[in-house]
Design a protein around this ligand. Structure first.
Ligand SMILES: Cc1cc2nc3c(=O)[nH]c(=O)nc-3n(C[C@H](O)[C@H](O)[C@H](O)COP(=O)(O)O)c2cc1C
Length: 218
């Protein structure tokens, strides 16, 4: 097993190892550091390469980068200072009706030769029927998972560029929805502050792998 683990580790590029090992939740940012909207778009472009249930990509992003919007968010996000100091806070949202865009997604796939028109049409009808029959709770669970994968990828994309982030679940969802006029079908998943660290994140402990892993069956 050890040999296999080391063989796999060798295949991971060193810079990826550095990205995942140096990511920490950073709560102090240089308030003068500006991230351009182009740079933020490139983070999101990396985030949306994440996998999603049936590739339906129900994640949506609200970028809060203007001073007045940061000030509006601050009390809603439990007065967490990073909201004011970071270059931007990106709200990751999940669209409960995101599956309705399946034909649009499939059209792009057909144009690129990833699937035939016939398959695209059949698959779209099948997904529209199956997702349309799901309860709101089931759809909510799906978008929370998909959105969280994109959120993680966004944080790693930021770290790979020398930026830092902190995910935040500590905010008032109802007030957030109202203040930022979030559409009724969108579920807030988490906020991610992103910017240039003014102080390093605190090291945090992890449970040993063997304490959180079971092989084969419980
Ligand atoms: C879903 C989620 C919600 C979180 N909410 C907050 C938050 O509201 N404020 C905060 O300062 N950190 C928040 N964190 C960051 C965690 O405290 C942090 O990830 C954890 O302590 C591990 O530290 P690390 O990210 O530096 O590895 C959150 C993390 C996650 C995954």
């Amino acid at each position: 097993m050890t040999d296999q683990v080391s063989r796999i580790a060798e295949r991971i590029p060193a810079d990826f190892g550095e990205v995942i090992r140096t990511r920490r939740s950073v709560r102090h940012y240089d308030p003068h550091f500006v991230l351009s909207r182009e740079e933020i778009r490139s983070l999101i472009a990396d985030a949306v390469l994440a996998p999603s249930s049936n590739n339906l990509q129900p994640w949506r992003f609200l970028v809060i980068d203007r001073k007045e919007d940061k000030e509006k968010l601050y009390p809603i996000a439990n007065s967490q200072k990073q909201v004011l100091e970071a270059s931007a806070t990106i709200a990751v949202l999940g669209d409960l009706e995101g599956y309705k865009r399946v034909k649009e997604i499939n059209r792009i796939a057909v144009e690129r030769g990833y699937m035939t028109g016939e398959f695209a049409a059949q698959q779209a009808e099948r997904l529209l029927a199956s997702y349309g029959a799901r309860s709101e709770d089931a759809l909510r669970r799906i978008v929370l998972i998909d959105g969280s994968l994109a959120a993680m990828q966004l944080m790693l994309a930021a770290r790979a560029r020398g930026l830092d982030t902190v995910p935040m679940g500590g905010f008032d969802h109802e007030r957030f929805i109202e203040a930022f006029r979030v559409p009724a079908t969108y579920v807030p998943i988490m906020l991610i502050a992103v910017g240039k660290a003014a102080a390093e994140g605190r090291p945090t402990a992890r449970l040993p792998v063997d304490d959180v892993t079971v092989w084969g069956s419980f």
